[in-house]
Design a protein. Structure first.
Length: 829
């Protein structure tokens, strides 16, 4: 196949004009001559025509960036992830390419409003929550920092399910996000790869008498790449996210074909296409399904082959220098099979000896851990591996045998330690511990916040830390300030830039220039700050009214908890507080009351009973409280359905109080906490994950800290007595009394029994009841603080002004300094 990159080099100055007139012209041409629509059509086509207009203007930079990536001396990093939670693209590209105003003007002549056209875009929901959103923020920052980083992922036909609420219950609906054409992808069928499954292995001696292995009788699946552009901020860089789609090979099952069952043999192709059909909707838990392992290997194999193909185009078949120019970042253990796959490709396909292949593998792989929850640690049954990936299992066994010899040398006679550290878990049915495979095969292992990285070294990975302390490091997460401030909060962005210039957008450390403006004398600035918050609250109130039918008065404190619904994130603790406030109102204990609107949102994994039932509880509590005339504006509660990236873009700028209330030691980092802080929310939070670093940055007088710390949680766990705690606390007893009375579920008796029982169980891993008193006291301080609006606004400004560290630009610079060691590309706007 000819290499298009070589043949189609176009002159450098082939950029299209960006003025409003040119945009208007192209918009009209796309709408009328390309899409065959005209004014009065479904507004979806306005979005499509504008996106195609914008995409044309990305192409030149995209090609130039690609040529820079391809330079033979360019070291590159690859971010391998089963999830990229991208959200909408149009507004982000408009911001990055600095053509927002021109585009708004261009479509104004068609009486179209840019903000409305943007909402036609479906979210690209190729992820569950924080881990997938992190991958998307990372790519944004890499492009802005001009780092040659490629994302590799899967092009799921169905992304994260859409969540409806019916009678208070979550109902899942498939997210067929590709139903209407996706203007943000470019199919590159010329780079199709073949991925093998099944079959068996054959061992033989080659002509030189060396032992070799073939993997034969495999069922093959084709991987077709779809490229998504990732634009940098005002810098001429457009990096690539390459997403693989699975399709059947053209070969038919000949036996069936000849037996006259042509339709059946065509139908069998479906099996292959199923691999990238749907994103698994589990956050922080594994589900062990065969199709999921297929997805993982499909991503690893297609991506590695693609990279090796590019290598051969530059360097021929000599892979000895491969590790000098390539580095892989594994986003959790999901793509960890890449360790064994790289070994297979180097040995079986490129004829390399084990030692050299292992040296290369160990110098190219880096692993990021995202969780301490045991239920989230991936283990695959050896039986499944043997059937699906027999050659990979052989390689894993060999990696393990050699590794355990190393352990034996380090700790002679310590068979207990060898058993503990083995990649193969011999307990209850053999399984492969993917985290251990990732650690053994990598030169870097990192956690995602200081506390989390330290807990990994002391707990989960302690043996490995003892063996290889130099591998372990921390990279505290971040979020991109482009999407989460500049795009999501234009009013606050304009205000900040008016006072300190706009350099903070690409260097968030400069946001600390706002700090002096928090001083009491800057009254006008404070008023403008409060006004921006207020108009953002108005927008959120409109959304809440639309989606939930609940009125949120904008003078109330907006108290928000949005994130996946999970026991460790303790939405139930939030509910206990809500019910406590309700009790206070009912008994007339409302002196110096602060009106509150509590918003909760998030999806529960479809198979996670406790999480789904929590959603029902929140909705029932909301219904009772919102309809009680005795409550009025003092307390409003709403559950926002279908929480996703585009809803967070409305929520974060409008939030006064950010709820980050996980059980200490359970939230690895959190990133929602950072989006809220950047947008001037104050945090009520436990000493957990990146909350600790947020607290350090903003100071404890601007943060509402509560709850047990990690050591205290573990200490109390030993004789935890939730019933005793409830009995000893009048308020908490009243809350449980009301819950147990069936007040919130008169028509459906007993439905909350499991939730209540779990909180009262001495073995409750999340220790919800233990933190109630401290949480309620902190909430009382919040209410008090909100009454003094002047001080509150100053604290709000200080939160934004102290958020510089939490930009993914900083995170990516640290990955690059310590792990990737890439030279930024020589590209200019
Ligand atoms: C940021 C974000 C998350 C992560 O939130 P946490 O509070 O850190 O769990 C999850 N989902 C979406 C849509 C997000 O934007």
């Amino acid at each position: 196949m000819s290499n298009c990159d070589e043949l189609c080099i176009i002159p450098e100055n082939d950029k299209l004009p960006n003025d409003a007139k040119a945009l208007e012209h192209d918009f009209r041409r796309y709408l009328v001559h390309h899409l065959g629509r005209f004014l009065g059509c479904n507004p979806l086509y306005f979005y499509e025509a504008l996106s195609l207009t914008v995409r044309d203007r990305i192409m030149t930079d995209w090609r130039n960036t690609w040529l820079e990536h391809r330079r033979p001396d360019q070291r590159r990093a690859y971010y391998l992830s089963l999830e990229f939670l991208i959200g909408r693209a149009l507004g982000n590209h408009l911001l990055n390419m600095d053509i927002r105003d021109e585009s708004a003007e261009a479509i104004q002549n068609f009486s179209l409003v840019l903000e409305e056209v943007q909402t036609e875009e479906p979210d690209a929901g190729l992820g569950n929550g924080g881990l997938g959103r992190l991958a998307a923020c990372f790519l944004d920052s890499c492009a802005t920092l001009k780092l040659p980083v490629l994302g590799y992922g899967l092009r799921y036909e169905y992304g994260m399910f859409r969540q409806h609420i019916e009678n208070g219950y979550q109902v899942e609906e498939p997210d067929h996000w590709l139903r209407n054409a996706n203007p943000w992808e470019l199919e590159r069928a010329e780079y199709t790869q073949t991925v093998h499954f099944g079959g068996h292995t054959e061992h033989f001696l080659n002509r030189r008498g060396e032992p070799r292995t073939r993997w034969v009788d495999t069922e093959d699946v084709l991987a077709i790449p779809f490229d998504v552009p990732v634009s940098g901020y005002h810098n001429g860089v457009v990096n690539t996210l390459r997403l693989w789609k699975a399709t059947a090979t053209d070969e038919f099952n000949l036996d069936e074909f000849n037996a006259g069952s042509y339709p059946e043999s065509v139908a069998a192709k479906n099996d292959a296409e199923h691999i990238t059909m749907v994103l698994y909707p589990n956050d922080s838990s594994e589900n062990g399904k065969e199709l999921r392992l297929r997805q993982q290997y499909f991503l690893a194999s297609a991506s590695l082959q693609d990279i090796m193909r590019q290598w051969e185009a530059n360097h021929g078949d000599d892979f000895s220098d491969f590790a000098t120019y390539n580095v892989f970042q594994l986003n959790d253990t999901h793509p960890a099979i890449a360790v064994a796959e790289l070994m297979r490709l180097l040995m079986d396909e490129k004829k390399m000896q084990w030692e050299q292949a292992w040296e290369i593998t160990r110098n190219t792989m880096a692993y990021t851990n995202h969780t301490l929850l045991p239920e989230a640690l991936e283990r695959w049954s050896v039986h499944l591996f043997e059937r699906l990936l027999p050659r990979l299992l052989e390689i894993i066994y060999e990696i393990n045998a050699r590794f355990l010899k190393e352990v034996a040398i380090h700790w002679p006679g310590d068979s207990e330690r060898r058993r503990r550290m083995s990649i193969i878990d011999e307990n209850d049915g053999k399984s492969v511990r993917m985290a251990y495979l990732a650690i053994v095969g990598s030169f870097s292992v990192n956690g995602v916040a200081e506390l989390h990285s330290n807990l990994l070294k002391q707990g989960l990975f302690r043996d490995f830390y003892d063996l290889w302390p130099e591998k372990f490091n921390n990279k505290t997460n971040g979020v991109t300030p482009r999407r989460w401030i500049a795009h999501a909060n234009p009013e606050m962005t304009a205000l900040i830039s008016k006072h300190i210039g706009d350099g903070w957008i690409s260097d968030l450390s400069r946001i600390d220039k706002l700090k002096p403006l928090a001083a009491p004398e800057h009254r006008d600035f404070h008023r403008a700050w409060a006004n921006a918050k207020r108009s953002n609250k108005q927008e959120l109130a409109t959304l809440v009214k639309q989606e939930c039918g609940v009125d949120f008065p904008v003078d109330s404190l907006f108290d928000v908890q949005v994130k996946r619904i999970h026991e460790y994130k303790r939405q139930l603790l939030n509910v206990l507080h809500i019910v406590h406030l309700y009790n206070r109102i009912r008994r007339g204990d409302t002196r110096d009351w602060t009106n509150r609107c509590v918003l909760i949102g998030g999806k529960a994994a479809p198979g996670y009973f406790m999480a789904k039932r929590t959603i029902k509880l929140i909705n029932n509590v909301a219904d009772i409280i919102n309809c009680d005339p005795a409550v009025g504006d003092r307390l409003k509660v709403a559950f926002l359905p279908n929480y996703r990236v585009s809803s967070m873009e409305v929520i974060a700028p409008a939030t006064d109080l950010s709820e980050q209330i996980s059980t200490a030691g359970k939230e690895a980092s959190g990133t929602g906490n950072m989006k809220f802080m950047m947008n001037g929310a104050l945090t009520i939070g436990t000493y957990d994950g990146a909350n600790i670093e947020i607290l350090d940055a903003v100071g404890e007088e601007n943060f509402f800290l509560f709850g047990l710390r990690v050591e205290e949680v573990e200490e109390m766990r030993r004789d935890y007595d939730p019933r005793g705690i409830i009995a000893a606390d009048e308020d908490l007893a009243a809350v449980f009394h009301l819950l147990e009375s069936g007040h919130f579920n008169i028509d459906e008796p007993g439905i909350f029994d499991q939730l209540i029982a779990a909180m009262k169980d001495p073995r409750d891993p999340w220790m919800t009841v233990a933190d109630f008193r401290s949480y309620v006291d902190a909430q009382e301080q919040v209410s008090c603080a909100y009454q003094d609006q002047e001080t509150w606004v100053r604290k709000s400004i200080l939160n934004t002004a102290s958020s510089g560290f939490f930009s993914t630009d900083r995170t990516m610079q640290e990955y690059n300094r310590d792990i990737w060691k890439l030279r930024p590309m020589d590209i200019h706007a």
